[in-house]
Design a protein around this ligand. Sequence first.
Ligand code: GDP
Length: 224
Amino acid sequence: MLNARFFSTIAHIRDLPEGSQREVAFAGRSNAGKSSAINSIANQKRLAFASKTPGRTQHLNFFEAQVGRFLVDLPGYGFAKAPFTQQRAWQQLIGGYLADRRQLVGLVLIMDIRHPLTDLDRHLLDWFRPTGKPIHILLSKADKLSRSQAMQVIRTVQTELSEAGSSARVQLFSSTHRIGLEEAETVIRLWLDMVKPAKATLPPALDADSATMQPSAPDSQATP
Ligand code: GDP
């Protein structure tokens, strides 16, 4: 897991974190399971629920996974009637961020496996595609379906995406049943160019064997 920590909430493009090197954004319809997905990937219980605080629902929330490496929680969409790309706040902040942010290296799209590829999801996919950046789809709440039903949905979604000319990748995911966590984490680590910490090894001088091999100091051999 990534062990991310809350970093900042921003309401204006000018407040984007300086010193950021790479960012992965998370998007999805409200209730798709985005907060739960971020929390389980980031190994935190309530990290991403901050974005649901009233007044913060149109903000971007930054979680730092490693120095200069961020997970970015985008506001959930689906409540307003107009397509989100026509809404003013979206255009200015979120649309601007997704279209222009150089440090953004990929988009994770969360879709409830029981309601995949809604009009708004397709709209976002079509809109983001010209950036040329990769998209990884989590079919969330996969625990709600049997394995064979879930595999059927993943195939259907993959077919529809390739027919629509999208190169987005798709996987099963469940926060509650920890399905697909490792797969999602691997993609995110790769995008963020994060390496797993190497297993700690003791330097030779502190190794137990070499410590006992130290010759005794001349003083200790002094004659009585
Ligand atoms: P968000 O609005 O996209 O951030 O969605 P939430 O993470 O808040 O989840 C919405 C609802 O779906 C909540 O009631 C969650 O408990 C539930 N939920 C989220 N992930 C899962 C999952 O993997 N399995 C199941 N069964 N329920 C989930």
